[in-house]
Design a protein around this ligand. Structure first.
Ligand code: BES
Ligand code: MN
Ligand code: MN
Length: 453
């Protein structure tokens, strides 16, 4: 172990410089003007995987952004590990709030700042470095390894499920390992054993055939903004519960063990309020504690809302259309398609008098839940303990990585979510960063895991 850590600290500069190269490529998957940058990031990873000694390295083009595959299979009797990660990133706006530009990686206070630093280029890179380190020190790996790195996670992985199904043989393995989640807190590692799913919808509401003068018609005709607000307000009851019929039917309740574990971990609500600039933490269901509401309960959120006049000054108008974007976070065993239909049905049935409501359905992603006593998860826990000198916390994550459920179902193997991010690293927000402490410790933990299994 100490030989490893010495080797890593000697190489930290070089390793961080390499990560910076990848972070400089603006591989934003959702913006078509960055299509070539996404390709560039894929090529960069391809070259890196070749450089460290991976074999069968290839770029698989899809209808969208490419997938990278590589393997190194030389240990006949050892297990095979499949590493998944994503090299695409979220958009950077509002760009004026970044202290240093998002694609000019900068180190401050032992943290590396850039879009993708923690989600997920930085975390994905740890696996590349772990393999390189073990190969350089020992000339071989203790396991067989495969990489499957995609460029479309941030847009819901539209093309990866097809590749997984088609390449089941090629991707066959004993365990899938993913670092795209976070630790509990500084110095306290975590293994994520559940992720929430997702479904999205858009509502458009129309009234008259054009905007109307509010002096000539005001008081006489319906206003699209008012009707939309009225409709949306039927989606929750006064206790913060989602008011859509059958929404909660398949929701799994927490086990006593889980409830106790959440309690035992404690949660500093005061500190969180302060850091968020909030006076209260009162979103969602009143009769569930905060830490449950953000991890193991489903939600329905209005993400965007627009209609009528938004320009400078006043405009005395009665708008004739209004729109909203909605997503739900879902938990086991909710079926995202079914929930989407339930919400759509609710909106159609509650359409106020005097307007037409059109609801379109968008993306869906499955939730994920895995038992924490599986042998692979226990090995991961041992690895964390070795490096962080603390047993990891088992955590349910409120965010989503929809492809995880596909990996688990299509390949039919355990999935281990070993995160090295911290909860306050601003993923998807300005000033995203990754703690360098977890850069070296992350590589060490992954090396330890590969050796333990
Ligand atoms: N890595 C995140 C998911 C995540 C967030 C895990 C926080 C642990 C802690 C992932 O890249 C992500 O952002 N997922 C999206 C889903 C997607 C379909 C856009 C999400 O959760 O919104
Ligand atoms: Mn991610
Ligand atoms: Mn993300």
């Amino acid at each position: 172990m100490s030989q490893l850590s010495e080797f890593l600290s000697n190489n930290q500069n070089k390793n961080v410089e390499e990560l910076k190269e990848l972070l400089r490529i603006p591989s934003i998957s959702s913006l078509s003007e960055h299509k070539e940058d996404v390709q560039k990031a894929a090529s960069w990873i391809l070259n890196k995987l070749k450089q460290i000694g991976m074999e069968h390295v290839e770029i698989i083009q899809t209808k969208g952004h490419p997938i990278i595959y590589a393997d190194l299979i030389h240990q006949e009797n050892a297990p095979t590990v499949l590493v998944y990660g994503h090299y695409d990133v979220q958009p950077v706006d509002p760009v004026n709030l970044w202290e240093t530009p998002p694609f000019e990686p900068t180190i401050r206070d032992e943290k590396i700042f850039a879009r993708g630093a923690t989600d997920d280029k930085g975390q994905m890179f740890l696996h590349i470095k772990a393999v390189e380190t073990l190969l350089e020190l020992n000339g071989k790996l203790p396991v067989n390894i495969k990489f499957c790195i995609e460029g479309e996670e941030e847009i819901g992985s539209p093309n990866l499920p097809h590749f997984l199904t088609k390449s089941k043989e090629k991707l066959s393995c004993d365990v899938v390992v993913i670092s795209d989640s976070d630790m509990w807190d500084k110095g306290i590692p975590a293994i994520t054993y559940s992720l929430r799913g997702l479904c999205s919808l858009e509502v458009s509401l129309k009234t008259a055939n054009s905007d109307l003068h509010s002096g000539m018609y005001g008081g006489g005709v319906q206003n699209a903004n008012h009707l939309l607000v009225q409709l949306l307000s039927t989606l929750h009851d006064s206790n913060g519960k989602v008011n859509v019929e059958h929404f909660y039917d398949e929701v799994m309740v927490l086990t006593e063990f889980e409830k106790e574990q959440i309690k035992a971990l404690g949660f500093d609500e005061e500190k969180l309020k302060k850091s968020l600039g909030l006076t209260d933490l009162v979103g969602g269901e009143k009769n569930h504690p905060y830490s449950e509401r953000i991890s193991s309960r489903p939600t329905l959120e209005i993400n965007g809302l627009w209609g009528g006049f938004q320009g400078e000054g006043t405009k005395t108008v009665i708008p004739n259309e209004a729109h909203a974007k909605i997503t739900c976070r879902l938990v086991n065993n909710q079926d995202p398609k079914k929930i989407q239909e339930l919400v759509k049905k609710h909106l159609d049935e509650h359409a106020p008098k005097g307007c037409t409501v059109k609801v379109s359905v968008g993306d869906v992603g499955n939730p994920f839940l895995t038992p924490i006593d599986s042998p692979m998860i226990q090995k991961a826990a041992e690895a964390y303990k070795k490096v962080y000198e603390k047993s990891p916390v088992y955590k349910r994550e409120g965010g989503s990585i929809p492809i995880v459920s596909d990996f688990s179902q299509i390949l039919n193997v355990p999935v281990v979510l070993m995160g090295f991010g911290l909860p306050d690293e601003n993923l998807h927000a300005p000033n995203e960063h990754f703690h360098l402490e977890n850069f070296d410790k992350g590589i060490l933990t992954i090396c330890a895991f590969l050796e333990l299994i």
